[in-house]
Design a protein around this ligand. Sequence first.
Ligand SMILES: [Zn+2]
Length: 276
Amino acid sequence: MNTHEIDRAAGLIADADALIIAAGAGMSVDSGLPDFRGSQGVWTTLGSPGATNDGLHELLQGSCFTANSRMAMEFYGRALDVCRRTTPHQGYGLLLGWARKKAHGAFVYTSNVDGQFQAAGFTEAHILECHGSIHHFQCARPCSPHIWPASEISKSMRTTHSADWPRCARCGGPARPNVLLFSDPAWLVSRTNAQRLRLEVWRSAPENPVVIEIGAGLALPSVRMFSESLRIPLIRINTHDVHAAIATAVTLQGTALAVLQRIDRELSRRLAPANP
Ligand SMILES: [Zn+2]
């Protein structure tokens, strides 16, 4: 992370009329949250005591909700609890502050299912969650396209009593989080598609947007593919593999919070009155 690149990033952000924030698991890590879909190492923090890698692998497959619903709901119940209790790190607030100074604000595109952008104060209508959200539920079969907020579920799902697990109001079968797992044809895409449509409508207004991509790895490249496909100035922040196919991209190696703080200091310095 050299000063020249920080300077370039701050320049792009200062000149932009809108921010597109493309966030992967690395953005959540600084809040202490695991990557709920990708990195096995972090997933283990949510596993039951004595859980094996095979067991965790099974919990990442879409079939887990019907094949082993009790284990799956305990696991995702713990995950929901953790997400509800986690406070977004200061980097979210910095991004929000930058966005509020822009004529068209910001739109978030994230593979994170943890709802941290909403918790940090970003507008729900300006967020696209490409892998869904743990704060929303659907029928595990599914018997209908209905997706409902997990806020309707007041009980902790960590209970071992199956009668307390959320169920589909239409067929009475087990419900599941509206989170896209591997080999998961039952995942309902309608909420994400509605978000995608809102992004397309919003995109037509800004004339000079910049995309700030944060913590998006190569293992699940959906966020990287999105940000590179926009063909607008790109700032890539990640702890590793920061190289970009776009030659003009600004690449900053480091954790999300540390890099965002460096950029913020540079933006503040630019706004400070010059010494007489
Ligand atoms: Zn159902």
